[in-house]
Design a protein around this ligand. Structure first.
Ligand SMILES: Cc1ncc(COP(=O)(O)O)c(C=O)c1O
Length: 390
């Protein structure tokens, strides 16, 4: 009688099953929709969204939370976050209109995209939004022309290692240039107020926060030596959620970040901010898709579902590894999961262990609340997921 060691596939599938089962235990109201005919469907738990916000505030009571609307802009999601007192981070006229019409106050709205369309700056400033991120001199010139007394915070680059969705390649500047940008904004009549960074989305590497906070504190002190008294430290997004592997918990991030802040900001900034997107909505959604076909290509077993990287699962091509679950028993086999469109880049996942599905069977994808519907198009004529908020 030997002890049998579980295979990689068994471990992977057990984890997905655990994520799915726990999701249903926490969200019994999802159960009524598990046999839906009309797929793809995204179920969102708006009470859960609220609880996530409250949980983050509980662990970081001194930090103002600005929800990054880009993660999921569903009106119900925005509505519950307004009710619970969240601030909002927006990038476009439409996002801003959505949060304003849901009742958010302009003083609780910031814009952290460092390069903004002039129409957006104009609309935001005239609506009462005053705080804008920058990472270039040219953005200062643009803002100064449109919003002459705007408040400016500068984005610095920080390591994004270990973040499944890195963001530092496109935005941010080095601390020396950031200092010059802050100084330039002051000379232009704008009001330099702070520093921002982003450790990368789905960040499971606490070291990124360490380097970021340390780097920000050096810049903060150099600005002070130049007579620029900053008020705001914005620590961006990055809070991870559980996908096909466990993620760092918010309480651990909060504990670590608070320690770093005590060390590197002995005099606390007037306002500490974070702007999570994924960390608030990511694990509050369940995507329900349907298996529409199967094929064997050489040694590879393929299954095809009615969602894909163009109509809901875009992040699958950039490093997000969703868990997958099927209500089936039987031997686990290794699958490549193809999306619904004709495009060959529409591959949702590889090396996924699942029991053999029937065509027509539902495939469940937990942790699909962030960056799914917002990215979706109707490429090839396939619909975006319906969304039901419960
Ligand atoms: C400027 C900015 N803030 C916040 C976020 C939200 O990040 P996350 O979803 O990792 O919390 C993003 C994501 O792209 C961002 O670009």
């Amino acid at each position: 009688m030997g002890i049998s060691t579980p295979t990689v596939g068994e471990i992977q599938y057990e984890f997905s099953k655990k994520v799915f089962t726990e999701l249903l235990n926490n969200k019994p109201k999802f159960v009524d929709y598990l046999n839906t005919e009309k797929t793809p469907l995204l179920l969102m738990d708006t009470e859960g969204v609220k609880s996530r916000y409250v949980q983050i505030k509980y662990h970081m009571p001194d930090v103002e939370v600005y929800y990054a609307v880009k993660a999921n802009d569903h009106p119900q999601v925005i509505k519950v976050l307004v009710e619970v007192g969240a601030g909002f981070e927006v990038a476009s006229v439409r996002e801003l209109q959505e949060v304003l019409s849901a009742g958010a106050s302009p003083e609780r709205i910031i814009s952290s995209n460092p390069v903004k369309p002039p129409e957006f700056i104009d609309f935001a400033y005239s609506s009462g939004v005053q705080r804008f991120a920058v990472d270039s001199f040219s953005e200062i010139d643009k803002i100064q022309r449109i919003a002459p007394r705007a408040r400016i915070y500068v984005r610095i680059t920080v390591p994004n290692e270990g973040s499944d969705w890195p963001l530092s390649r496109k935005f941010g500047t080095d601390p020396d240039t950031a200092l010059e940008i802050l100084d330039y904004s002051r000379r232009k009549g704008l009001i330099p107020i702070g520093i921002t960074f982003h450790v990368g989305s789905q960040c499971n590497n606490l070291r990124n926060w360490f380097i970021a906070i340390k780097r920000a504190s050096l810049l903060w002190n150099k600005a002070k030596d130049r007579g620029i008294r900053l008020l705001t430290l914005n620590m961006g997004g990055g809070i991870p959620v559980r996908y096909s592997y466990e993620s760092v918990k918010i309480e651990d991030i909060a504990y670590y970040v608070k320690g770093l802040l005590r060390k590197y900001f002995p005099v606390p900034p007037y306002e500490l901010q974070i702007e999570p997107g994924r960390g608030i909505v990511g694990d509050q959604g369940l995507m329900i898709t349907k298996v529409i076909g199967k094929a064997e290509r050489g040694n590879e077993k393929w299954l095809y579902i009615d969602t894909g990287v163009f109509n809901g699962l875009a992040e699958a091509i950039g490093g997000i590894r969703y868990p997958f679950y099927l209500e089936s028993k039987g031997e686990l086999k290794e699958w490549t999961i193809g999306g619904v469109s004709c495009d060959s880049m529409d591959v949702v996942a590889r090396n996924v262990f699942l029991p053999e599905p029937e065509v027509g069977q539902l495939l469940y994808i937990p942790s699909a609340g962030a960056y799914t519907t917002v990215y979706a198009s109707e490429f090839n004529g396939f619909p975006k997921p319906r969304v039901i908020c419960l």
